[in-house]
Design a protein around this ligand. Sequence first.
Ligand SMILES: [Zn+2]
Length: 251
Amino acid sequence: MPEFIIPLVFICVLCLILFRIFTIRWTFGEAGVARKLESLQRKNKEYHPFNNIILKTPDGTTQIDHILISPYGVFVIETKSFKGWIFGDAHQKRWTQSLFGPYRSSIKYQFQNPIHQNYKHVKAVQDFLGIDSKSIFNLIVFAGYGEFMTKMPENVVGLYDLIPYIESHAEILFDSEKTNNFSRKLSDYVEHAPYNEESHMENLVQNMEHPICPKCGKPMILRTARKGAGAGSEFWGCPNFPSCRVTKNVL
Ligand SMILES: [Zn+2]
């Protein structure tokens, strides 16, 4: 048996274990939120929770962690399971996660502001249910062991503040009939599930290769920058330019 086989097997097993830990941690956060929402529903039947919903958007599909329909509004929830220190505010484009490395060092990672990331989901739910922006709430839950190091906007909460935050919205926005209609509409949609994770992934890949304008829903056109620092470089532009100025980088 060649000598390198044993270390190779060892590395493979280690990779598998690490992968498993990461995937468990990932699903753990969402399962935690789903359980909290179920317990809320057991307490008050007017809350209707839904998990992992794929909805249509102008440029493809979008995957939403949780939607909670209630007389007090519709909550669109994005779950993050991060460890370490979390830095961010409502307006920053990117937030920072700081993990502790060896010898008191720290490793920093940047990620998209989850409030911005969840806008797209909020918009998709709003279009699907046909409701105005005053009755829908963009809510971010950090369900891991992360610790907020900056003052977070009120719609960014830890797992244990999720239910108090939802219950703090006590103003009735929809009557029972309307609430039940929204819930039925989403249940029917889920039952007939026009999209699955596979088609959602296909959409994402296709959108990377040839993007569709997220505002107009039209295939974008490859253009060359004439002016500025990036002159000569290619980018994707909307065919409705100049009325639509959406651009995307070529990957
Ligand atoms: Zn456009």
